[in-house]
Each structure stands twice: as C-alpha cells, then as structure tokens.
Design a protein around this ligand. Sequence first.
Ligand SMILES: NC(=O)c1ccc[n+]([C@@H]2O[C@H](COP(=O)([O-])OP(=O)(O)OC[C@H]3O[C@@H](n4cnc5c(N)ncnc54)[C@H](OP(=O)(O)O)[C@@H]3O)[C@@H](O)[C@H]2O)c1
Length: 301
Amino acid sequence: MKILVTGAQGFLGRALLAAAGDAECVATDRSAEPVGGAACLAADLTDPHQVATLVDQVRPDWVINTAAITAVDQCETDRQLARRVNVDAVGQLAAACRRLGAGLVQISTDYVFDGTAGPYAETDVPRPLSYYGESKLASEDLVLAKLERGLVVRTLWLYGYLPGARPSFVSWALQALSQGRRVPAFDDQWGNPTYIHDLAGGLLQLCRVNASGLYHLGGATFMTRYELAVEVARFFGWDPGLVDPVPTSAAGLAAARPLRSGLATSAIERLLGRQTLGFRDGLVHMAAQDSFRRDCAHLFA
Ligand SMILES: NC(=O)c1ccc[n+]([C@@H]2O[C@H](COP(=O)([O-])OP(=O)(O)OC[C@H]3O[C@@H](n4cnc5c(N)ncnc54)[C@H](OP(=O)(O)O)[C@@H]3O)[C@@H](O)[C@H]2O)c1
C-alpha cells in the first residue's frame, strides 16, 4: 500500500511517517526539507498544476491530506488563504485522486460544531462558529461528494511528542510548568484530547480496511483544557497550582471557539475493533518514548 502524506512536516504528517510500518509513505510539503530522515517532495497544494503532477508522479493507493492552515484566528482574519489551502486545494486533490482511482483521507475537526451539545456523533448537524470550521466543513463536503473512496476523519486536541514538530498545548504546558511559570488554561472548553500516535495508527488502519465515509477519532477522556493542564502537572510531578483557570472570553480571540465540544468515537471503535487511548495512557506512552526522553531530559534535570 503506497500512501502520499501531505503536510508531512506538520504534527500529524510526522506521526504518520513514523507509524507507517509496512506501508510505503511518500512525504510532501511546501518545502523539500527531509522529515525524520526521509525525503520530502516539495509541492504547493494551492497550485492545481503542482497537485496534479505530484499525484500522477507518485501514483498512491491513498492520499492522507493533513495539510491545512490550522491557526484558527489566522483563518478568521485571512479567509482567502484559508479558503485556498483548506478548501480549494482539497478539491484539486480530490480531482487528482478520482482520475487515478486513489482514495483520499481528509482530516477535519470538531470546530465544524457550535459547541453547545458535545460530545458530537457523526450524525449530529454541524454549525461552525469560525471560518476555520467553515472551511474544514466545506472540504468534507468536497471529499464525500466527489469520491467513492473518500474518507473524512474528524479529530481534536492533538498532543504527543514528535521531534521537529511545532509544540502542542501539552508540550507548551510541560515547558512552562518545568520552569515554574504559570499556565493559563480555559476551564470552559470541553473536548477529548487525542494522542497523535493513536490517531496516526488509526488512520493507517482505516486505509488498510478501505474505509470510506465520515468518522470521529478522538481520545477516550473528556475534560476541560484546565483539567488537561492540571493532569499534565500531576503526571510529571509539577505543581498543579501553577495552572490558572480562565474563561475563553478573557482571551479576546479573533475566532469563536466551540465550548462544550468533543467527538464521540463509538462508530470508529466498532470499525477498528479497539478503544482509543485515554489521556493518562497517552501521557504514559509519551513519557516512555525514546525521543521524548532524549530531547526533553533537560525539563526534568
Ligand atoms: N492540531 C490539532 O490539534 C488539530 C485538531 C483538529 C484537527 N486538526 C486537523 O489535522 C490536520 C493536521 O493538523 P496538524 O496539527 O498536523 O497541522 P500542522 O502541524 O499545522 O501541519 C500542516 C502542514 O501543512 C502544510 N501546508 C500548509 N499550506 C500548504 C500548502 N499550500 N501546500 C503544501 N503544504 C501546506 C504546513 O506547512 P507550513 O508549516 O509551511 O505552513 C504544515 O507542514 C489538519 O487538517 C487540521 O485541520 C488538527
């Protein structure tokens, strides 16, 4: 099975390359900078010609599209860029996959929901509050409408350690707590944090069983961001009193956030025949990872 991973230099892209196992993964991103020692093909997905050339050259069985503008507030203020990357590029990828008969996995988000009644199931009606959520919802529609082998996987609150990747909220909190700094954390945003390696493994498994349609893949623990930060402090032995509960409204963010969110995962658990990882189990896995122990030893010195 040959898989083209877009956004390969990003957080999830790196996790997919690390999890590939017997699948042959080909990496692509905006630049040709190697990822985890592997070559990376440079392509700008907003250029239809580059997308067509890339997919025709690689001839994958699957494309897993992790490329996106993920900065939610940036999407609100630069809607044109968000539209080009999060929607138009997905349309180009879908067209190229359809021509070749390849499958396309589009990664989406709980931000397609309004956060009044989470956790949400696949059957719940989306109502995005932000342009990021709107753009991701539009990308879902493109993949599900254009492709027989189209698969949309919504996820949320990714955490874990990957060398070279931008820090997640958990890594950022870890860094701050280890230096005795205070950590403000929203106590009115609910979700289920998703361990990045659990998600990557699940996505590869979905390709292997030739899944299509819409699935939610999130972790097993529902909590607030405040509870998450407190759990990180407790787990690594730092003072949970350093975590300050703050309301989302205090942050003055450009884009509205879904507050009572979260993704229900019973459908994917039935399909994959396993449960997703709880938050504490994810932290146990992360703390035991060789690269984490090597690169983050200074935090515990
Ligand atoms: N992180 C989360 O907590 C979270 C939660 C829910 C859903 N998701 C979804 O999961 C997916 C992966 O997220 P992530 O956190 O791994 O994102 P990420 O770390 O921001 O990675 C996205 C990658 O896409 C690349 N990219 C952006 N524009 C491109 C273009 N025009 N052509 C080619 N590549 C381009 C980026 O390159 P540059 O760095 O050069 O821009 C980056 O390497 C996204 O679809 C996101 O919406 C993430």
